[in-house]
Design a protein around this ligand. Structure first.
Ligand SMILES: Cc1cc2nc3c(=O)[nH]c(=O)nc-3n(C[C@H](O)[C@H](O)[C@H](O)COP(=O)(O)OP(=O)(O)OC[C@H]3O[C@@H](n4cnc5c(N)ncnc54)[C@H](O)[C@@H]3O)c2cc1C
Length: 401
C-alpha cells in the first residue's frame, strides 16, 4: 500500500504525462460539455480517454467496474493535484446522473451482471444517465407516482409521464421509478427500473427555464421496454433504493460555490463595485454587515463539510445528514447570488449587450438558475421535514403514505 506522499507524487507524474496543458483551467467548458458528449474531439477527447483509462473518472469505484479503487483520502489528493495544475474531472458532467447517483446505487443494490454492464460506461463518461422520478402530480410526495410497469415476457412495459427529467433528451439510459403493484400501500408497490432511452416508445419534450437553458424535459413512456434484468433491487422494494439514491444526490449537492470569481475574494468584488470609505472598508455599512454575515455562514458551511469528511477518516458514508448540508449549501449560494446582484446594481441585471461584462452576464444567469437549488434533489422544506423526523426524531409530518 503506497503512503500519501508516494501517492501524491505518482499522481503528479501521471498528470504531467496525461493532462493536455491546452485545457488548463477551462472548467467552464464542463457546462458546455453537458450537451456535446458524443462530439468530443482533440485534447478534450484525449483527456476523457486518459481519465477513463486510469479509472480517475470515478476514482473510488472498484477497478473491475472502471474506477481506480482509490480510498477517499487518495481521491482527495487526486482532486487537489488536478486543481493545482488547472485540470478537471469532466466525466461526472458527461455521465449526467451516472457518477454521482446511479453508479453508487448500482454498486450497492446491483447484481454482478448489472454492475458489469452499467458501471464501466458511466465511469468512462461514454454513457449519460437521466433519472425519471418526478411526475406532474408526484414531486415532493414522490410515492404518489402513477407511471406503471407491467411484466411482459422478458421485459417490463412502462406507461406514464415523468417531468423535470434533467438531460432526458441527451441521455442514453434512464433510471425510472415506477409502480409495479397498484394494490399495495403506496410506498410498497414501487420498483426502480433501468432502461435505454433510444426507443420510439419514449418521447422527450425539453422545458425552457427562466435562465435561458433547457436542462430538463417532460418524458413520456408509451409501452417503453425495460429488460427484466434491469430491475435494481427487489421488485416492489424500489422505495428503499430511491431513498438511498436521493441521499447520494444530496451528498453531491453540498457545495455552495456557484457564483463569483475563483481568483478574487468576494469582499474585494464588493469593494470594486461599491467603493471604499476613508478607512478602506466597504462604503455601505448595511451591506458590510450582511456581507460579513454571509462570509461567516459560507466559512462555517465549508468548515463543517471538511470536518465531517475528516471525522469520517475517509470512510465517507451518506446519511440523512446530507439534507442539512444540502440546505446550508443552498442558503449560502442563494444569499451570495442576491448580494452579488445588489452590489452590482443595474450592472447585475443585464441579459445581453456590450454594456455588461462577462462576469455580470454570468451572475444574472447564475442568480436565476440558483433558485432551482432549493427545489431539485428534494425541496428546502422537504429537507427540513427529513431533518426533523430522521435526525431530530420529531413526530411524523403531514406527508402521509
Ligand atoms: C433544475 C431541476 C432539475 C430537476 N431534475 C430532476 C430529474 O432529473 N429527475 C426528476 O425526477 N426530477 C427532477 N427535478 C424535480 C424535483 O425533484 C422536484 O421539483 C422536487 O422534488 C419538488 O417537487 P415539485 O416540483 O412537484 O414541487 P411540489 O412537491 O409540488 O412542492 C411545491 C412546494 O410545496 C412544498 N412542499 C411540498 N410538500 C411539502 C411538505 N410535506 N412539507 C412542507 N412543504 C412541502 C415544497 O417545498 C415546494 O415549495 C428537478 C427539479 C429542478 C428544479
Amino acid at each position: 500500500m503506497v503512503n500519501a506522499t508516494e501517492f501524491r507524487s505518482a499522481v503528479k507524474g501521471w498528470l504531467e504525462e496525461n493532462f493536455p496543458l491546452a485545457l488548463k483551467g477551462q472548467t467552464a467548458m464542463l457546462l458546455e460539455l453537458a450537451s456535446v458528449q458524443n462530439n468530443l474531439e482533440g485534447d478534450i477527447l484525449l483527456w476523457r480517454q486518459n481519465l477513463a483509462q486510469a479509472g480517475y473518472g470515478a476514482p473510488t469505484w472498484p477497478k473491475a467496474y472502471g474506477g481506480a479503487g482509490l480510498t477517499h483520502p487518495q481521491a482527495k489528493i487526486l482532486a487537489e493535484e488536478m486543481k493545482r495544475v488547472g485540470a478537471f474531472n469532466l466525466i461526472p458532467a458527461l455521465a449526467g446522473m451516472g457518477v454521482t447517483m446511479v453508479g453508487p446505487t448500482v454498486l450497492e443494490y446491483g447484481t454482478d451482471d448489472q454492475k458489469a454492464r452499467h458501471l464501466p460506461g458511466i465511469a468512462s463518461g461514454t454513457i449519460r444517465w437521466c433519472l425519471g422520478l418526478s411526475e406532474p402530480s408526484a414531486g415532493s410526495d414522490l410515492a404518489s407516482l402513477t407511471t406503471k410497469a407491467v411484466a411482459d415476457g422478458d421485459n417490463w412495459l412502462l406507461n406514464g409521464q415523468k417531468t423535470w427529467t434533467s438531460g432526458a433528451d441527451i441521455s442514453q439510459w434512464c433510471g425510472a421509478l415506477v409502480r409495479t403493484d397498484s394494490s399495495a400501500k403506496k410506498r410498497d408497490g414501487i420498483s426502480f427500473l433501468m432502461l435505454p432511452m433510444d426507443q420510439a416508445e419514449i418521447k422527450t419534450r425539453p422545458i425552457k427555464l427562466i435562465a435561458g437553458a433547457s436542462p430538463f424535459c417532460e418524458t413520456f413512456f408509451d409501452d417503453a421496454k425495460a429488460s427484466k434484468d434491469d430491475l435494481l433491487g427487489k421488485p416492489n422494494e424500489g422505495w428503499s433504493v430511491i431513498k438511498r439514491l436521493l441521499q447520494h444526490e444530496r451528498q453531491s449537492q453540498t457545495s455552495a460555490s456557484r457564483t463569483g470569481s475563483a481568483r478574487e475574494a468576494f469582499q474585494d468584488t464588493a469593494k470594486r463595485y461599491v467603493g471604499v470609505d476613508a478607512q478602506g472598508r466597504l462604503d455601505d455599512a448595511d451591506l458590510r454587515i450582511r456581507l460579513a454575515n454571509h462570509l461567516m455562514d459560507a466559512t462555517a458551511h465549508s468548515l463543517t463539510v471538511r470536518r465531517i469528511r475528516e471525522e469520517a477518516r475517509g470512510k465517507v458514508e451518506v446519511s440523512a445528514a446530507a439534507s442539512i448540508l444540502k440546505n446550508t449549501a443552498t442558503q449560502v449560494a442563494q444569499i451570495k447570488s442576491e448580494l452579488t446582484l445588489e452590489l452590482m446594481g443595474y450592472q447585475g441585471l443585464g441579459w445581453q449587450g456590450d454594456s455588461f461584462n462577462e462576469e455580470e452576464l454570468d451572475n444574472v444567469r447564475s442568480w436565476l438558475s440558483g433558485k432551482a437549488m432549493s427545489i431539485y434533489g428534494g425541496s428546502y422544506e422537504v429537507q427540513k421535514n427529513i431533518i426533523s423526523k430522521n435526525i431530530l426524531g420529531l413526530p411524523e409530518n403531514t406527508q402521509k403514505g
